[in-house]
Design a protein around this ligand. Structure first.
Ligand SMILES: NC(=O)c1ccc[n+]([C@@H]2O[C@H](COP(=O)([O-])OP(=O)(O)OC[C@H]3O[C@@H](n4cnc5c(N)ncnc54)[C@H](O)[C@@H]3O)[C@@H](O)[C@H]2O)c1
Length: 470
């Protein structure tokens, strides 16, 4: 499958020679861990030492026009050296030099570490499952063409994991929010070469962004790549909860037929007040999709007001106080990033501001909610809750959100695994986008501003909290 801008050409070196390294092996480093490593083999003809020197300083050379000299003394010295007459070298010395050159070249190759979930037979059956270890976002082809060393693994937890091992040398980390490689401060400190962390999707809270800033690591995501996918899932989850769909469906699967048992907790969405906490790309699209349902009112809570025409288009009213916002909504949908200002924003106290019997849908991030407080509120019948995001992913088998239920209806739980933003349509978009970000970095091109979360030691987006510009 051809993936967007996946550049198919080998990198052209300034000395007008193409380094002809070929990726010729793909081997599995343990099927159970899902580790896949692409190793390179080099043509002997390309191993001249000047190629290495030019390659190392390619970025400096590129800043100057053809024929112009870069200012670096080291490069001038090297240029002078490369013009000097070639002394006679014994064959043994030549072999040794080639050997050293091979090792040096291998050490200079960029390394991309990619953390994805295992697709198993599903990835075999469906090649469009690009977010899996097996299909690896289309990166194997791209990396092969661009002579990048690629490590793909699902094994991400603990000090002996592939993630812990390979982050030490990686230049670039690629991961998705669906099976996130948690790039903690500790890992960032170990990652001596890391320059770029790409989120194939939207939401980069799995990275300690403050620690990334301290190390001047760029964090970029594929902004907008799955916002419609999520907005559709939000509307679906709201309807599933409001109409008490899950127990009604379970009843049918069991072979039962008892209308009263499910109708007693089913309502219309029409006439209800629905509010989104966060009215960015997803929140706004949720409001757009809710408009035809003739809700009583659409509200939003966000420190960044919607542009006037956008607010008018959806007919949404902004509420600036969280308590007031929550207390007016029949349905609350969470659509803001996870950061210091939003972590645990839905907790025992703020749930108390909500109307009894209100519906809560969280497709933003699990840790926006205090898990036990939400579970307790559902189990006591105070609220009903759904969504697809969990505080830690994969969620443990005994997580309280798996089994919480409304005591009266047996429903009130519309939780699923994190998949709203990973439809097959979304996967092609974020796979292409991740490769495009990698390609920009490799070729020294600027990233799309909307994709950049942190860069040059500072936040490049206003969505991760209100903070002073450095
Ligand atoms: N479940 C999924 O598959 C999935 C997919 C994509 C995104 N997401 C989540 O949804 C989030 C939002 O995505 P988006 O594309 O709409 O992002 P966005 O940047 O377009 O919008 C986020 C909005 O949240 C607002 N916000 C930030 N902090 C806030 C706060 N304290 N209170 C109120 N509003 C606040 C921002 O001002 C912004 O308007 C992502 O960060 C991600 O965590 C989930």
């Amino acid at each position: 499958m051809l993936l967007g801008q996946a550049g198919g050409t080998a990198r052209q070196l300034p000395c007008d020679r193409t380094r002809s390294l070929q990726t010729s092996e793909i081997y599995f480093g343990g099927a159970s861990s899902g580790l896949l490593r692409t190793a390179g083999r080099m043509h002997r003809s390309s191993l001249a030492v000047p190629t290495i020197l030019f390659e190392r300083h390619a970025s400096e050379w590129r800043q100057y026009g053809q024929g112009q000299s870069p200012p670096s003394d080291a490069l001038r010295a090297r240029s002078r050296r490369s013009r000097a007459p070639v002394p006679h070298i014994s064959p043994l010395l030549y072999v040794f030099a080639v050997f050293v050159a091979v090792l040096t070249l291998a050490a200079l190759r960029e390394q991309v570490l990619c953390i994805l979930y295992v697709g198993g037979k599903h990835a075999e059956e469906e090649k469009r499952l690009l977010g899996t270890v097996e299909n690896a976002l289309g990166l194997p082809d791209y990396c092969k063409k661009n002579n990048i060393e690629l490590v793909v693994t699902a094994d991400k937890e603990g000090p002996d994991s592939d993630f812990a091992k390979h982050i030490v040398d990686a230049d670039v980390l690629v991961t998705t929010p669906f099976h996130p490689g948690y790039l903690t401060r500790e890992y960032i400190e170990k990652a001596k070469n890391l320059k770029l962390a790409i989120t194939a999707g939207v939401g980069s809270d799995h990275i300690d962004l403050n620690a990334a800033n301290e190390k001047k690591i760029t964090v970029a995501e594929v902004t907008g790549s799955n916002v419609v996918s999520v907005a559709e899932h939000v509307v679906m989850s709201i309807l599933i909860l409001v109409r008490n769909y899950t127990p009604a469906h379970e009843q049918i699967m069991r072979g039962d037929w008892e209308v009263a048992a499910v109708a007693k907790a089913a309502f219309d969405l029409e006439g209800k007040v629905v509010g989104t906490l966060g009215a960015g790309r997803i929140g706004f699209r949720v409001l757009q999709r809710l408009k035809p349902f003739d809700c009583k009112e659409l509200l939003y809570y966000d420190y960044a007001p919607l542009p006037e025409d956008a607010a008018k288009e959806v007919g949404a009213r902004r509420v600036e106080d969280l308590k007031e916002f929550l207390s007016q909504c029949d349905v609350v949908t969470l659509n803001c990033p996870l950061h210091e200002g939003t972590k645990g924003i839905i907790n025992k106290e703020t749930i108390g501001y909500m109307k009894p019997g209100a519906w809560l849908v969280n497709t933003a991030r699990g840790a926006l909610c205090v898990a036990e407080d939400v579970a307790e509120a559902v189990n006591s019948g105070y609220v009903l809750s759904g969504g697809d995001v969990w505080p830690k992913q994969p969620a443990p088998a005994d997580h309280p959100w798996r089994s919480m239920r409304n005591p009266k209806s047996g429903g009130g739980n519309a939780m699923v695994a994190h998949y709203s933003g990973t439809t097959l349509d979304a996967q092609i978009r974020y796979a292409n986008g991740a490769i495009s970000i990698l390609d920009n970095w490799l070729n020294g091109k600027a990233q799309l501003p909307a994709n950049v979360i942190v860069e040059n030691g500072d936040y490049a987006t206003k969505a991760y909290g209100q903070r002073e510009k450095k």
